[in-house]
Design a binder for this molecule. Structure first.
Ligand code: ACO
Length: 386
């Protein structure tokens, strides 16, 4: 592969899957895949996970600096004031089949928010920030309402006295969560907010670069995130953990999969060739939550899988990614399996929006080239001669 930043030469650069190609510049997150470093605007992810909150992290990414106390209070208040969704979207939500997967539902519902925006197409940065704030505040409500609807339970209205995570768990379960569960979800969202030019963030930037609207960009991003090679892997991890009957059975299960060249969900990464720093943080969190909630079997199975992957030659250099220990974490928080990837959506709306804002403030349409490998100058065959 040649250097993709060489102006005209970029037209002749070829990298399948755009691997290693620099497609834009960004001040938002830095990843050193060799050293296992992730920073949001220079602050190591572990620092933010330990000391920040999801709301503060989003402010940070949208403004390029940490807020002062009054600024954070105002930002939090403006999120809390937006929890409720438009009545028309609520009506649409109740028509979604109970059998629909939450990722399909949330994709449709985020798109539907745009139908109730009087100016959906506005792309000036201040207006897009307002839209992003609405989507950030309302995505948890959409998910909680959909989950209640599919269970045939009455909707629980948002409580603007609660933080985004506490309010989400409250609307989902109809009961206030413990501070420990709220904190655990908050840490997960901080860890998931942004991650360089990952597939769904790239999707966001590609769509917004046509000067299309934020709803379209985030709807596309949700579609991208759903895939099992991207955000969908956390559900794959949980399915795998459920499939393995015991800690002792992990060894043969993983060996069999590796022998068949199957991918182990929650392992490997296009960028990280070292331990994903989000995974190391989640591992500690998952262990604590598993102890507190009587789910140590899940944590022990996860550790056993990691040990086999560490030891096996076929898996050398393939480490757990963010999805691996988030599966145990979400299970311990009490979330059903098919809400795992939607949790990623709630967090990543903050990062996708930050990238949309950054793209719009210095836009260049994405339009890569293709290496055409088909034939040329083929004569047209009339239909009766084919
Ligand atoms: N299990 C076993 N082997 C693996 C795994 C895995 N999880 N991941 C990669 N490998 C192997 C591949 O088989 C390949 O081996 P080979 O060279 O002998 O053929 C080699 O490592 C390189 O793998 P690629 O698939 O080419 O690497 P790529 O950069 O395309 O893939 C990806 C990254 C898609 C994340 C991959 O590791 C994978 O499919 N992992 C499982 C799904 C997953 O956990 N996705 C979540 C990623 S994090 C996120 O998006 C939030």
């Amino acid at each position: 592969m040649t250097n993709a930043t060489q102006g005209q030469n970029a037209m002749t650069t070829y990298a399948k899957g755009l691997e290693g190609v620099i497609a834009t510049d960004s001040k938002l997150s830095f990843i050193d895949g060799e050293k296992g470093i992730l920073e949001y605007i220079g602050i190591p992810i572990g620092e933010l996970a330990s000391h920040s909150t999801f709301e503060e992290t989003v402010f940070f990414l949208w403004n390029g600096r940490l807020p002062k106390k009054a600024e954070l209070d105002a930002f939090v208040a403006s999120i809390r004031a937006r929890y409720e969704i438009p009545k028309g979207v609520e009506a649409l939500l109740t028509t979604i089949p109970a059998t629909a997967e939450p990722m399909h539902a949330i994709r449709t519902l985020v798109s539907a928010l745009g139908l109730h925006d009087p100016k959906p197409n506005a792309i000036d940065v201040p207006t897009v920030r307002e839209k992003a704030l609405n989507i950030l505040a309302q995505t948890p409500t959409l998910l909680a309402y959909f989950h209640r609807h599919r269970q045939g339970k009455p909707l629980v209205r948002p409580d603007s006295g609660k933080s985004l995570c506490e309010n989400f768990l409250y609307m989902l379960n109809g009961a206030a969560p413990t501070p420990a569960m709220t904190k655990a979800l908050d840490v997960c969202l901080v860890l998931h907010t942004d991650h360089g030019l990952n597939n769904s963030t790239f999707t966001t930037r590609v769509i917004i670069s046509t000067e299309s609207d934020l709803y379209s960009a985030l709807t596309g991003a949700i579609g991208s995130l759903r895939g099992p090679l991207h955000g969908g892997a956390n559900e794959g991890v949980m399915r795998m953990l459920n499939q393995i009957p015991s800690v002792a059975a992990c060894e043969s299960f993983i060996q069999d999969k590796l022998a068949k060249k199957d991918k182990i969900p929650g392992f490997g990464h296009r960028v990280y060739k070292a331990y994903d720093p989000r995974a190391s943080h989640l591992k500690v969190l998952a262990k604590q939550l598993a102890q507190d909630t009587g789910n140590m079997d899940l944590f022990e199975k996860s550790s056993a899988i990691e040990a086999v992957m560490n030891r096996e030659k076929a898996a050398k250099g393939i480490y757990p990614n963010v999805d691996f220990y988030s599966a145990t974490t979400y299970h311990c928080i009490g979330l059903p399996l098919d809400l795992f990837t939607p949790m990623f959506v709630i967090g990543r709306v903050g990062g996708w929006s930050a990238h949309a804002l950054e793209q719009l403030s210095n836009n260049r349409l994405y339009r890569p080239s293709v290496d055409y490998t088909g034939p040329h100058n083929v004569p047209y065959t009339p239909i009766d001669k084919r």
